[in-house]
Design a protein around this ligand. Structure first.
Ligand SMILES: Nc1nc2c(ncn2[C@@H]2O[C@H](COP(=O)(O)OP(=O)(O)OP(=O)(O)O)[C@@H](O)[C@H]2O)c(=O)[nH]1
Ligand SMILES: [Mg+2]
Ligand SMILES: [Zn+2]
Length: 300
């Protein structure tokens, strides 16, 4: 039996997976013919065992994907410690609903979120406003501009473990990677003049070494359905540290902060709890509650 070597998937394009192995080698792997991998799609960030394929074109094969700590459907990444959520304050304007959904998912998967509002040069005031909303909510959140060095505080949060980037197209994820790792690491695209949207320049996730850890650039995405990725209504509050802190003062221990009397969370709206954040909480909660298991028309 040929020797198996362990490594991490750094890229997967067209069924060919690049693996950075523990012995320092880089192996191009196929999965063809491997029955053990039938039920699982390997992802960037997966720890795998590789073996020889006997095929000179793609000389190695993925033998096994080792158990994952966690994984994201969007962007498709495995074994994350930190998720760097990048949203532009302008061009494109930030989709805070998408951001809040990602924060809920981080809560479910126990991934540490760090939020960056990019393009602060375009509208410093609105950038500061967004940053203060998310800082007040209890998150690590920073303004960023491509012509300024990446803040040391941000670097300190991502220097170990596996960090993924996530955010819409055109917000500057690849620009951030180039600032961090050196110009030319990733191709950077324009945004469309008319729609003020990105052009999906990055097509595949790709993992790079950074300090003592790894960082992964990803393609931008615009939509995400919490129900489809398996989030339950009971998970929503996990994306709202500011509400959890206040809920100990709600009259009812199981307060949902929707229609209950003497709800401290609702008392604080506009005065400690951001109204937009609260409204999105309510929308997510009501949507997922309507789709809970065993509800009328449910799936059980
Ligand atoms: N003004 C300004 N422009 C920026 C900033 N960061 C990125 N850009 C520009 O935004 C455009 C898109 O940047 P990319 O880094 O390709 O964006 P991306 O998030 O990787 O986009 P996808 O790969 O499509 O998901 C480029 O024209 C960048 O130069 C910034 O801080 N300020
Ligand atoms: Mg990109
Ligand atoms: Zn309450």
């Amino acid at each position: 039996m040929p020797e198996q070597v362990r490594g991490v998937i750094t890229k997967g394009v067209g069924g060919v997976y690049t693996v950075r192995c523990e012995d320092g080698s880089i192996r191009s792997c196929q999965i063809r013919g491997n029955i053990r991998l039938k039920k699982i799609t390997p992802l960037v960030g997966d720890i795998v065992l590789t073996g020889e394929s006997g095929d000179p074109d793609i000389p190695f094969v993925l033998e096994k994907v080792l158990p994952r700590k966690n994984y994201l459907v969007r962007p498709p990444l495995a074994n994350l410690d930190t998720l760097l959520l990048i949203f532009a304050c302008e061009d494109p304007v930030p989709d805070l609903k998408l951001l809040d959904k990602m924060l809920i998912i981080c809560g479910v998967l126990k991934i540490k979120p760090v939020i960056l509002f990019s393009k602060s040069d375009k509208d410093p005031k609105s950038c500061d406003k967004y940053v203060s909303i998310y800082r007040n909510a209890g998150f690590d959140c920073f303004p960023m501009s491509k012509d300024e060095p990446i803040q040391e505080e941000v670097k300190a949060l991502i220097r170990t473990g596996l960090t993924g980037l996530a955010g819409p197209s055109g917000v500057g994820k690849s620009t951030f990677c180039n600032n961090l790792l050196g110009e030319g690491t990733m191709k950077v695209g324009d945004i469309s003049d008319r729609l003020k949207r990105g052009k999906h320049t990055t097509r595949h996730a790709e993992l790079f070494e950074y300090e003592e850890g790894f960082i992964t650039d990803t393609p931008g995405f615009t939509s995400l359905d919490l129900f489809e990725v398996g989030v339950l209504y009971t998970d929503v509050s996990g994306g709202y540290p500011e509400m959890r802190a206040a809920s100990s003062e709600c009259k009812f221990a199981d307060c949902r902060h929707i229609a209950e009397k003497q709800c401290r969370v609702r008392e604080l709206i506009g005065d400690g709890i951001d109204e937009g954040r609260y409204n999105r909480y309510r929308e997510f909660y009501e949507y997922l509650y309507s789709r809970r298991p065993n509800s009328a028309g449910g799936y059980k």
